[in-house]
Design a protein around this ligand. Structure first.
Ligand SMILES: [Zn+2]
Length: 543
């Protein structure tokens, strides 16, 4: 491979060699993969009859318990269904011996499996008493469009040769609103962090190694949304773990496992344990919109407007004239009942295609207006744009580039140039003293943010915040004033989205020109917000 199959980046950096092949990491999106990939012959030698040998009944019982846990997660996402609604159609890719299918059928699903190994297909269909499992791959079995409500991939995606193409196929096969569940090993699991190159999931047949970020990129690119990631519980027993290390030797651990076995009494060895080992479970919803490769990317610009009569039409006309290759732009204007005639200016744009206007009956702060706008944003990406002229629309292209390319999920347009001395933040022409105070304040608040959130940002409070809309999934916001900046950035960072900073053009307004930060009231709310949003519940499944 010369390019990353997930983001098309062309810089694959050697990491280390495991088994017979080197592992490389994509410099852009972070996907880790074998390069070259193991040959068909190598894989055939691994996927032999023994690989698909039915393990003992104990192990099958454990797998069924694990499968039941997966179905619980799926059902939590589906929600309650009315009595008498038709059976949900469930597809499992890589269904193995059919443990999950058995469990799903017992719960009333209409089940279909797809499995590559002919011997596993035979065993599963015998067990199910019906030919529910098709032999082949997602491509070869050619399932009809929108024919399933649920798709499951348990410990499968890390084995595939074309993960993105496979998930795009599942987008086609699932109905809009259908649920996709993936269980996979993750590089951000505790075991991967601890064991590093000796991680037990490094196996020759594992062709790709994901983490929370790359799996989310995989899903949002291929037409899924509302991605929720949780730590991957599995039901295991000490005996199962010991046997696993016997079968897949890991230097040091295999010996330790053998010794543990001789020390544990048999009844303890067979005890069922719920463990978090090396994986994550991912649930996502099949979007109505096709995968990104088949349509333009969509950007929603959220613009809070209050008393900006002179600048609003300028920026709005600029936005409507703006074009970015392969990007459709829509604007969500939130007008907070201005007193200077801005509302009349906003009305002139309300029928314009690609413009949605939300009229608030009173101003309740910029944070409140942005929150209202976010609730109506539908694009793949969201950009928050003030209705003043402090920032430059020409910067959009470079701000979007890392999002569209897959290098980041969250981008901040930094008002710093590359070297620390050239500040763009405050340079009001006639208020040198005040702008000095503001700059010192900015240093203080930036340092405070970085210490509390463990980041190294230079300008966390820039207006230019651009992120994949799916990052907001599951997060709730409550701030109404400028403390919303803290809440938004803080919660996104805590949810796992480390922003990258890109230098933008900036010309600050003075208070006389209409700057709305209250110099006496806001800083106190910022300090409060800083600590509060570091510790409140995110309301999102861990990521
Ligand atoms: Zn990549």
């Amino acid at each position: 491979m010369h390019r990353c199959p997930l983001c098309d980046g062309d810089h694959l950096v050697y990491q280390f060699t495991h088994s017979t092949t080197p592992l490389v990491r994509c410099d852009r999106c972070g996907l880790l993969m074998r390069n070259p990939q193991p040959s068909d012959a190598e894989l055939a030698a691994i996927y032999n009859e023994e690989y698909f040998l039915v393990p003992d009944e104990d192990a099958e019982g454990l797998k069924r318990r694990t499968a039941a846990g997966y179905l619980d997660e799926i059902e939590a996402r589906i929600g309650t269904r009315s009595a008498g609604s038709p059976a949900l159609r469930l597809l499992e890719l890589g269904s193995g011996f059919g443990n999950l299918l058995v469990e799903a059928r017992a719960r009333g699903y209409d089940i279909t499996g797809v499995e590559y190994s002919a011997s596993s297909v035979r065993i599963a269909n015998e067990r199910l008493g019906a030919p529910c499992v098709l032999q082949g791959t997602i491509d070869s079995v050619s399932l009809p469009d929108a024919s399933f409500d649920v798709a499951v991939l348990a410990d499968v995606i890390e084995h595939t040769r074309h993960p993105l193409a496979d998930i795009e196929q599942l987008w086609r096969i699932l109905r809009p609103g259908g649920v996709l569940f993936i269980a996979l090993p993750s590089l951000d699991s505790w075991s991967a962090r601890l064991m590093r190159e000796r991680w037990m999931e490094f196996k020759l047949e594992h062709t790709f190694y994901f983490d929370s970020s790359t799996v989310q990129l995989l899903l949002t690119k291929s037409g899924f949304e509302g991605v929720e990631i949780s730590t991957g519980w599995k039901t295991l027993s000490p005996e199962y773990i010991i046997q696993h290390f016997k079968r897949f030797p890991v230097p040091g651990l295999t010996g330790a496992a053998r010794m543990t076995r001789s020390l544990l009494p048999p009844q303890v060895r067979r005890r069922h344990l719920r463990v978090v080992a090396s994986g994550i479970n991912v649930v996502a919803i099949r979007s109505a919109l096709p995968p990104l490769k088949d349509r333009p990317h969509r950007l929603s610009v959220v613009m809070p407007v209050f008393n900006e009569r002179s600048s609003f039409p300028i920026i709005m006309n600029g936005l409507l004239a703006k074009s970015i290759p392969n990007v459709e732009i829509d604007v969500v204007v939130v007008e907070s009942n201005s007193t200077d005639g801005t509302r009349e200016e906003v009305r002139k744009f309300e029928r314009h295609p690609g413009v949605k206007v939300i009229y608030q009956d009173q101003p309740r702060g910029k944070g409140h207006a942005v929150r209202a706008g976010l609730a109506h944003a539908t694009g793949d990406y969201v950009l928050i744009q003030d209705a003043d002229l402090e920032y430059d629309l020409d910067d959009y292209d470079q701000l979007l580039e890392p999002l569209m390319g897959g290098a980041a999920a969250f981008v901040l347009g930094s008002r710093h140039a590359g070297n620390r001395r050239s500040w763009k933040i405050r340079a009001f022409t006639n208020q040198a003293g005040l702008s000095q105070v503001m700059n010192v304040g900015h240093v203080f608040f930036t340092a405070l943010f970085n210490v509390v959130y463990g980041t190294r940002l230079r300008d966390p409070f820039t207006m230019f915040k651009v992120f994949r809309r799916d990052c907001l999934h599951g997060l709730t916001f409550e701030s109404n004033r400028f403390d919303f900046d803290w809440e938004l950035v803080g919660k996104l960072v805590r949810a796992g989205y480390q922003p990258i900073e890109i230098v933008v053009n900036y010309r600050s307004r003075s208070f006389a020109e209409g700057k709305k930060v209250s110099f006496f009231r806001d800083p106190l709310t910022w300090i409060r917000a800083c600590f509060k949003y570091r510790f409140v519940r995110l309301g999102k499944k861990a990521r």
